[in-house]
Design a protein around this ligand. Sequence first.
Ligand code: NAD
Length: 519
Amino acid sequence: LSTRASTILSAVDIPTNEEVPGVYDGTWGGTGDILESVCPTTGEVLARVQSASPQELQSALEKTREAYEIIRAVPAPKRGQIVRQIREALAAKRDELGALVSLEMGKIRSEGVGEVQEFIDIADSAVGLSRMMNGRLVASERPGHSILEVPNPLGVVAVLSAFNFPVAVYGWNLALSLAAGNATVWKPSPSTPLCSVAVTKIVAGVLEKNGLPGAVASLIIGGRSVGEAIVESEGVDMVSFTGSEHVGRQVGKVVQSRFGKVLLELGGNNAVIIMADADLHLAVPSTFFGAAGTAGQRCTTTRRLYVQRSIAPEVISRLQRLYASLKPGDPLDSATLLGPMHTRAAVGIYSSAVDKLRSEGAEILCGGAVYGQDALMGHLAGGNFVKPTIAIPKSVDVKADIWQKETFAPILSVGVFDDLEEAIALNNGVPQGLSSSLWTRDVRNVGKWIGPAGSDCGIVNVNVGTSGAEVGAAFGGNKTTGWGRECGGDAWKQYVRWSAATINFSDEAPLAQGVSFSS
Ligand code: NAD
């Protein structure tokens, strides 16, 4: 193992000379298939990880259920104190974990650290919520009666997560779910197992120190079959799934068919609209980050750019200048802005999408190719580096295939529009509904954009790009993005079961609506 990798792994307590156990339910194990964690920057195998066998999976689910019965009895503010300790333990290792995210996923170090910061932020929020997850008292029409709406813990919450946010998405779920009194089973992406092992070790340390079962926050590493078994399990009360539309479609149906709860956070096909009155000093660099940042591998990445006709040449040439400054580099190096694609397969998806654009007559303004060996120095030679691409498809017709799909790679398609109504129709004309962004200085445009005839996405920004969000608001998208809401806002309300309790304090037992049932 390179010194580059072994230093980072040692700092987060991942063994470097033996197989890494990938199942935790109070004790560590894993006798299923061996998964390899491959560094996207160098191609080096970082570790071999033991996934869950079918028996281990069942046993972990049972232990998680038992752990739920213990954690639900702990008062919510006390659960909040556990979340606070997790927050502190994460903060103490923030930079080390951030480096691991960068090493294993491939995003630049500051984004890796930012992801851990996001977990810390939502934990802060959940600590406060643990004293405010209130039900309410509803006025009853019957004398001497009260109606309570009571939020009770839900049970076992499974978190199935995607490769591109290997820490934060789990954090969003764990913090709220634990504060709400649930036990959690995490099945991370099989290509980012080390991030999940490192985070679970930190969480487990806190649980154990507090005399709680480790299975309050279980980890089950595995591929598709493990994911399917969790989704099918009657012992899982809610499945919170983050990933592709294709898999989410199956997960949603399976959970619905057994009437479990499901929360879906699926793909995006996000558009930025730049009006002629926009401040281009802000709009262009922001769009650059949104489209090329994280090598195009965020669910909120800008995939479509619509520019008002009179400023289109200016915006495009400014963007091209910024793209020309990008160089592939080691994402752990603080000067790097462009890291690798996460896998070789992702490079193939990028290349096919560029080929399709070319074959359908799009003009490729920059990029459009994989970096050759000549551009990749030293240890980067085995990395999955592609050139961020700007394309102008032949037609702006949003119903054309080229505009309709999420390609999880740094490809920005650009179109021109004449008025805001047309731009909104283009924004809304795709199946997905995650993030959207309007750049304007005219308040009338803002009113239209955020109102009933405006953007149909879950995230509707103004003078802020599509990519990235704070933890305060509920995060998620509409339409084929799955309608899920996670993290901030009222998202916690999904992690509880609501009990409507009508209580009679009187000496009579009247029926509602004045119904009489006596002879
Ligand atoms: P993916 O759908 O391939 O995998 C997601 C998870 O599902 C992984 O843990 C995977 O092992 C598991 N899985 C695969 N097949 C399964 C099955 N049949 N049953 C149950 N689980 C199964 O997604 P990915 O490639 O890891 O991530 C990229 C996708 O995730 C993109 O589409 C991106 O937009 C989306 N994403 C969405 C959000 C959001 O909040 N909306 C956030 C991050 C990523």
